[in-house]
Write a protein that binds this ligand. Structure first.
Ligand code: AMP
Length: 497
């Protein structure tokens, strides 16, 4: 029934009707046939609400299996799924809705009035965390024959986090999503025997596409958790085989007393991404569980680009090798850099998006006509082909005319006994233009600024050393575990004024 729909035909191919797709707390398991039957009903409801092929369905709801069904339903109805972070305020939502002009909005019942006010002619339906709401009441009836869609048609728009100016809507086609998830399924050896612990949010590429699509494409099952919960994950592990998480999942799980070799004896794979995994976390995890975390690198615009190998050397501090079918190069001043030299990463492949929604100039700035996407991440490729990310280009510090890559300084500070982690930023300085500043979180004890300076002397050129080191109880992070360097730069902008 889904043959003509490029993405859906693939997502629905592997799971046997009676197999369990999802195990969830306090509610019955959901089978593959239940998953798609529910999606068909929702697809009929969306069409009845006026959705035509190519129309956007904007969704701001708590994580639930019904929200996953809504994603499948949107694709089934030929629409474009547009998930919105549950943390967005009304002001932010006004921008997204006026930019994306969705035909249908699905929101939490508690926000119905707000969305009805700002929805500008869209039909507004509701969906609560417990799976109730007007989306479910409007039972237009299954079966629903999927709307035909081609490889190049859009399946989703995901807004980037917008750390520099306005958020941009990354347009992802059916083939972008299907090809990348197939590559990951094969690279990470997912099969119908797998049970994936799914504790990531589903408004972001990691939880929505990497975790959900890979599980569907493999016909696997998921332990579907509403959010990160160390207790729930540890409890699920003996009956699971894989976990996908952001680095903070792993640091928090390491604090859990029941994380033991015995607890993970059924697990075969731990994947980390969306933010850099500290070498220290990688090593502690290996010592505690016997498993080497597999780190991979990607972004909203490109899906996943690189991964450490499933079989072979998983190298801490690196994001591994380009995935099959993905080309990667390092560029600086228009030249391709040799091995070992730092520049901006560019990627090309079937994973790379179609451009930014209604922003042709931005698209032209970042996506070259020959298909290379300028990621804005800086890094290098080593002799063995492994990629290391040293930070976002905009986070690079230029002090007294010299470039300082935060990761180099952070790695050395992180290795000092008594340091839990650090973030290195550049802030305005009257003499140097920018000054290197380190924000450090202590492990235990009372390591001082002088201790850090003494450790760095002899290891790091003077200009790379922090002009000032400040201690914080923790680093500010967003929901995907990324350190908010922009916020830190703003907080410490006047340090040298
Ligand atoms: P997003 O579009 O929200 O997924 O953010 C993508 C950005 O996250 C990338 O451009 C990188 O800067 C960062 N990122 C993702 N995975 C990793 C990783 N494994 N190591 C370092 N940075 C990462």
């Amino acid at each position: 029934m889904y043959d003509q729909n490029h993405l859906l035909s693939q997502l629905s191919a592997a799971g046997a009707a009676d197999d369990v797709f999802a195990i969830r707390p306090a509610r019955p398991d959901m089978t593959y046939s239940g998953l798609f039957a529910g999606a068909e009903m929702m697809a009929a409801t969306l069409v009845e609400a006026g959705l035509a092929p190519g129309d956007r369905v904007a969704v701001q709801v708590d994580k639930s299996l019904e929200a996953v069904q809504l994603y499948l339903a949107t694709v089934m109805a030929g629409g474009v799924f547009l998930p919105l972070n549950t943390a967005y305020t009304v002001t932010e939502l006004v921008y997204f809705l006026s930019d994306a002009t969705p035909r249908v909005i699905v929101c939490d019942p508690a926000r119905l009035t707000e969305f009805s006010d700002i929805g500008e002619g869209a039909t507004v339906l509701t969906l609560a965390a417990d799976g109730t709401g007007s989306l479910m009441d409007a039972n237009a009836g299954a079966p629903f024959t999927a709307v035909p869609r081609n490889a190049d048609d859009l399946a989703a728009i995901l807004y980037t986090s917008g750390t520099t100016g306005r958020s941009k809507g990354a347009m992802l086609s059916h083939a972008n999503l299907a090809s990348n998830s197939t590559t990951l399924r094969d690279a990470w050896r997912f099969t119908s025997d797998d049970v994936l612990i799914h504790a990531l949010p589903i408004f972001h590429t990691h939880g929505l596409f990497v975790a959900t699509n890979v599980a569907l494409l493999a016909g696997a099952s998921v332990h579907f958790l509403p959010k990160f919960d160390a207790d729930a994950i540890v409890t699920a592990m003996p009956n699971a085989t894989a976990l996908m998480g952001v680095p903070t999942f792993y640091t928090r799980l390491l604090d859990h007393p029941e994380l033991t070799r015995e607890t993970v004896s059924n697990m075969r794979l731990f994947v980390s991404g969306s933010a850099p995994l500290l070498v220290d976390t990688h090593e502690k995890w290996a010592a505690r569980t016997g498993h080497r975390i597999l780190e991979r690198y990607g972004m909203t615009e490109t899906n996943m680009n690189t991964s450490n190998p499933y079989e072979g050397d998983r190298r801490a501090g690196t994001v591994g090798l380009p995935l099959p079918g993905v080309e990667l190069r390092i560029m600086s001043d228009g030249e391709q850099m040799p091995k070992g030299e730092i520049g901006v990463l560019e990627v090309r492949g079937p994973n790379v998006f179609q451009g930014y929604w209604q922003m042709p100039e931005k698209t032209a700035e970042e996506l070259r006509p020959d298909g290379w996407f300028i990621t804005g991440d800086q890094g290098f490729i080593d002799d063995r082909g492994y990629v290391t990310i040293v930070g976002r280009a905009k986070d690079m510090v230029i002090t007294g005319g010299f470039n300082v890559y935060p990761k180099e300084v952070e790695s050395l500070i992180d290795a000092i006994p008594g340091v839990r982690e650090s973030a290195v930023i550049g802030v305005p300085h009257p003499d140097f233009g920018e000054a290197v500043v380190a924000l450090v979180v202590r492990e235990a004890g009372d390591i001082s600024e002088a201790d850090i300076t003494n450790s760095l002397n002899g290891e790091l050129a003077r200009y790379k050393q922090p002009k000032q080191t400040l201690f914080l109880p923790e680093l500010p992070r967003n929901t995907m575990g990324k350190v908010q360097k922009k916020a830190l730069r703003e907080t410490y902008a006047d340090l040298f004024k």
